[in-house]
Design a protein around this ligand. Structure first.
Ligand SMILES: Cc1cc2nc3c(=O)[nH]c(=O)nc-3n(C[C@H](O)[C@H](O)[C@H](O)COP(=O)(O)O)c2cc1C
Length: 350
């Protein structure tokens, strides 16, 4: 009998399948259904700053009618402290209703809101917080380090305000992702060097500062941009991923596993038990699922668990640590194959 229990950010999970932040986890009913379907943990739908602003903006308009000029300003800050009551209520009720860990999710734009709301989510009883940070660096004058600093600062400030674990959910678009992932995570006992390739040896100057993420969630799948060539308009692509989208996350989980001082959660393109096993072999602590649950129903969680168990039995594994990270780059006999980007060999007929 396979034992699928795992720890994620210090929390005990009955299995490594986490329902990721989405409409499936935005209501108490949805949360209960996910737990009943067998999820190991649940990430609530993100609380977006736009929502916070809408709520406090409505309060402000109401106050302005009573005290023109000052009401909105006052209530803007008052409302921020109050928080979107419904979301905090969802956290409280979810914690009471289900036994699996509840991870609240936050997406803010301005600095002060990240910390204030993270503190409120922790006070409401969330087991952990996932910061869903997504910045579109479209300004030509904005340099990479400035953008990175923004991520670091948010995380550092939130960590300073809460004492529950904090995960950071990011996209893959960084010029030096391994470096950013390292600096976002905890200090490590051992810091094995990345393969020295075209860039040469480590040349990072100065004191190293780790910002202490308890987990990195790799990678968010952003709203897909498309173009409608008939209507000559911008359009949106499919909201659902396919299994074919697993590769970016799989590559980076396998490269970062054992090298960054935090847990790794894989998200995007995990659709069945086989996909989950791949990510676990790469070194993921847990896998997050979303599209496959929308497409196949919550029963998919049970199917995935069965597939993982069957695979473990067929390969003689009883617990997850026996094979987790077995195919990470760090433990691989063929580390170069994880860094191959080009199809050069095809030209030689290989
Ligand atoms: C309808 C929908 C709503 C989502 N809402 C959120 C959200 O509020 N916060 C968040 O961090 N990710 C959100 N996501 C992204 C998912 O959590 C997940 O990271 C992404 O869909 C990739 O995983 P998948 O391939 O399993 O779908 C949403 C995705 C979908 C399809």
């Amino acid at each position: 009998m396979a034992d699928l229990t795992t720890t994620y950010m210090g929390l005990t999970l009955r299995n490594p399948i986490v329902v990721s932040s989405s409409g499936l986890t935005g209501t108490l009913k949805g949360v209960v259904k996910c737990a009943e379907a067998g999820a190991g943990a649940i990430v609530l739908k993100s609380l977006f700053e736009e929502q916070i602003s809408a709520e406090t903006g409505a309060l402000g308009r109401f106050a302005d009618a009573a005290a023109p000029g000052e009401g909105a300003d006052y209530l803007q800050s008052y409302g921020m402290a109050l928080g979107p009551r419904d979301y905090l209520q969802l956290v409280r009720e979810a914690k009471q209703a289900v036994a699996v860990p509840i991870i609240a999710s936050l997406n803010c734009i301005s600095h002060e809101h990240w910390t204030d709301y993270a503190a409120q989510l922790a006070a409401a009883g969330a087991d952990a917080i996932e910061l869903n940070i997504a910045l579109m660096p479209t300004l030509a004058h904005l340099e990479g380090p400035t953008v990175e600093e923004h991520y670091y600062r948010i995380l550092q400030e939130v960590k300073a305000r809460v004492d529950i674990p904090v995960a950071l959910k990011i996209g893959p678009f960084f010029s030096a992702l391994a470096h950013v992932a390292d600096r976002l995570s905890h200090d490590r006992a051992e810091a094995p060097d990345f393969t020295v390739g075209w860039f040469g040896p480590n040349t990072t100057p100065g004191k190293i500062v780790w910002r202490g993420a308890d987990a990195l969630v790799l990678f968010n799948r952003f709203y897909p941009f498309d173009i409608d060539i008939e209507r000559l308009q911008p359009a949106t692509g499919s909201p659902w991923s396919t299994s074919a989208e697993i590769h970016t996350s799989l590559r980076w989980i396998s490269i970062l596993a054992g090298r960054v001082g935090c847990d790794l959660a894989a998200t995007t393109g995990i659709h069945d038990g086989r996909d989950a096993v791949k990510q676990l072999l790469a070194g993921a602590t847990v896998v997050q699922v979303c599209s496959t649950l929308y497409q196949n129903g919550l029963g998919r969680i049970g199917q995935m668990l069965e597939q993982i168990e069957d695979w473990m039995q067929a390969h003689g594994f009883v617990t997850l640590p026996e094979f987790r990270g077995r195919l990470s780059q760090l433990r691989s006999e063929r580390p170069a194959s994880y860094e191959r980007l080009q199809y050069v060999r095809l030209l030689g007929g290989d």
